[in-house]
Structure formats: structure tokens, C-alpha cells
Design a protein around this ligand. Structure first.
Ligand code: AMP
Ligand code: MN
Ligand code: MN
Length: 338
């Protein structure tokens, strides 16, 4: 693992923004199928650039341009454009929460067409694909890196920026429950809350609101969860799945399944949990979580994906059983100390 950014990295990033010509085009890009950290760090940073006077500024992500319902009240959504409307050759491109180029989909060409490519991320598996890389594997969220850069640029946190960064921070720390929740994370949260944002309203919108159809769909998916105590060298695996047909029957959009892993991973008898979500026939988005005995990022990377030690994912192919068989096989190789 490479360490946190050094002074020279920060200085290069600050210069890349400060030295932009007045009419420069800046394109912000976050990872495909964006979560709270991807959207929150990107929009919060975008609002900060706007405060600095950057006028030609667009934000986007690859794939369908629909923003998941929990994030539709985020400030700065007016910066978002469909990927087709992203600047073809911006002076600066900034990438958020993407561990590798593959997470940028068709927008990956901007790394070549842009005058400068700046990467903000916190995945240990980050491939350092930018010209300037601010990658801190110890940061709880990409928004932690974004806030430090905003501060170094002289941006003052207002409530709109703070709300974006707070959504990002709470999403990636599981509302301050995960191991990455350091004193510095709480200090950042304190600075964000001091702007007057309302954590109760934000959390209810982002975490605690879902359509009744999604509640029923979760019931179905949880009802068929499987526990395999002998998997992962006896640490245990719990898993379930959801198909496009399940979504259609309950009238639900795919984003509602993002929270399903949180109901599965609480299983006491399993260190590793997994949700296999159909994206299209024969293709599955796989979410994995670990309580610590197994490094699931190793499993995910081995299967073509990425992530963190305790939370990782990949794209699976074939049937559900084939995808889970692949996970079982990799789990046995990934045990810590093995
Ligand atoms: P998720 O299960 O979708 O919440 O993702 C958990 C972690 O795994 C996040 O840090 C993602 O960035 C990472 N991740 C999920 N899916 C993929 C993928 N297909 N390729 C690379 N990383 C992924
Ligand atoms: Mn993310
Ligand atoms: Mn993140």
C-alpha cells in the first residue's frame, strides 16, 4: 500500500486549480453507480470551485444519469450533466472515489484529453491513474481528501458544501460506526455541523427512507439468505441475491438494493457477507463485507473488482450459483496470514 499524499502532491493539486486560466473548463467525474461519497465529494468540491470563481464547471458520472433517490436533495445537483455533455477536452479533470480507470466507464478518455488529471480517492487498491494523485488509504472517505484540498485552496465551508461532504462522510463510515472513524473524522464532522446543516433530516433522507415496495423486496431477499458456516476456512459466509425480476415485481429501482448488504452483514455466524445483485441477464453487481478476519478487497480484486479490506465489490458473470462459487474459492485463498 502506498501512503497518504505528501506535501508535493498537495502543492501540485493546489497549483493545478489556482493556475487555471479564467475561462478554463473543469470537468468533475465520480465513479459509475455513484454512492454518497462519490456524489457528495464531487458536488461539495464543485461548489467549492464555484466559490473560487470557476464558471465553466460540469460534474458527471458514467452510465445512466439518474441520481439515486436518497441523493436527490444534495446541494450542487445543478452542476450535474449527462455523460454525453461532459467537456470533451477540459483544462482540468478531477476524479472522485474511483480506485481505477475502469470505474470511469466511457469517460476514461478524459484522462488523455484533459490538460491535467487530478485523482481524489481513498482506496488502498487505487492505481494512481491521474497526473496528480491525492490518494489517502487511511481516509475514511474521499470527502476527507476533498475537504483538505478545499481548505488548502482557501474555500470556506458553507452549509451547501458541508451537506455534500457530510453525506459522503456518513455514507462511507456507516454513520461513524466503522473502524476508519478516527478523531479526525469527528473533528471534520464537527466543522461540517457548525455550518448549521441538520444531521437528523439528512440521515433520514439518505439512510432511513425507502418505498414500501423495497421493504417487501428486502423481506423476500432476506428470507432466502444462505448461511455457510464452513466457508472462508470456518469463518462463515452469509449471502443472498436479488434479480431484475424481483425489482420489477416490487416496482423498485436498483439503487434500493444498495442497503440490503447492511441487513445481511449483521449475521453473527458469518465473518463474510455478500449480496449478488442482477444488473442484466448474466451480469451481477456483487457487494462484500467482512468483520475483519477476511480481507474482502483481495477477493474482489482477484475477481476483477476492488474496494477496501472490510467492504469491496466486483462484477460477476454467469448464474448466481456460479458467482457465489467463485467467491467461495477466492475466500479460501484470502484468509489473513494465509
Ligand atoms: P458496495 O458494495 O457497492 O458498497 O462497494 C463497496 C466497495 O467496493 C466500494 O469501496 C467500492 O468502491 C468497491 N467496489 C464495488 N464494486 C466494485 C467494482 N465493480 N469494481 C471495483 N470496486 C468496486
Ligand atoms: Mn464509492
Ligand atoms: Mn468512498
Amino acid at each position: 500500500m502506498t501512503g497518504a499524499p505528501v506535501e508535493a502532491d498537495w502543492a501540485a493539486a493546489v497549483a493545478a486549480v489556482r493556475d487555471l486560466p479564467a475561462d478554463a473548463r473543469v470537468q468533475l467525474i465520480c465513479h459509475v453507480n455513484p454512492d454518497g461519497d462519490a456524489l457528495g465529494s464531487m458536488l461539495g468540491f464543485g461548489l467549492g470551485l464555484r466559490q473560487l470563481g470557476v464558471r465553466r464547471l460540469r460534474a458527471t458520472f458514467p452510465g445512466p444519469s439518474e441520481v439515486p433517490e436518497p441523493f436527490r436533495a444534495l446541494p450542487g445537483l445543478d452542476l450535474l450533466v449527462p455523460e454525453e455533455e461532459a467537456y470533451p477536452a477540459p483544462e482540468l479533470v478531477v476524479c472522485f472515489d474511483a480506485a481505477s480507470e475502469s470505474r470511469l466507464g466511457a469517460l476514461v478518455d478524459r484522462l488523455d484529453t484533459a490538460g491535467c488529471a487530478l485523482v481524489l480517492d481513498h482506496h488502498a487498491s487505487n492505481t494512481r491513474f491521474g497526473g496528480i494523485n491525492l490518494v489517502d488509504p487511511h481516509a475514511a472517505a474521499t470527502s476527507v481528501v476533498a475537504e483538505e484540498l478545499l481548505t488548502r485552496l482557501g474555500v470556506s465551508l458553507d452549509a451547501a458544501i458541508a451537506e455534500c461532504l457530510y453525506v459522503a462522510l456518513t455514507t462511507d463510515t456507516g454513520s461513524f460506526r466503522f473502524e476508519a472513524t478516527t478523531p479526525a473524522v469527528h473533528e471534520l464532522a464537527a466543522r461540517l455541523l457548525a455550518t448549521g446543516i441538520r444531521p437528523g433530516d439528512i440521515s433520514r433522507r439518505v439512510f432511513d427512507t425507502r418505498p414500501f415496495g423495497a421493504v417487501r423486496l428486502f423481506g423476500e431477499a432476506l428470507g432466502r439468505a444462505r448461511l455457510e458456516p464452513e466457508a472462508a476456512g470456518g469463518r462463515g459466509l452469509v449471502w443472498t441475491y436479488a434479480t431484475l425480476d424481483d425489482l420489477a415485481r416490487h416496482g423498485q429501482r436498483p439503487y434500493v438494493l444498495e442497503a440490503l448488504i447492511d441487513s445481511v452483514r449483521c449475521t453473527a455466524e458469518a465473518d463474510v457477507s455478500c449480496v449478488v445483485k442482477q444488473v442484466r441477464p448474466g451480469e451481477w453487481a456483487v457487494s462484500m463485507r467482512s468483520k475483519g478476519a477476511v480481507d474482502v478487497s483481495r477477493v474482489a480484486v482477484a475477481l476483477g473488482g476492488g474496494g477496501h479490506r472490510f467492504a469491496a465489490g466486483f462484477t460477476g458473470h454467469g448464474s448466481v450459483d456460479e458467482v457465489v462459487a467463485g467467491i467461495r474459492a477466492e475466500l479460501d485463498k484470502a484468509l489473513i496470514g494465509a
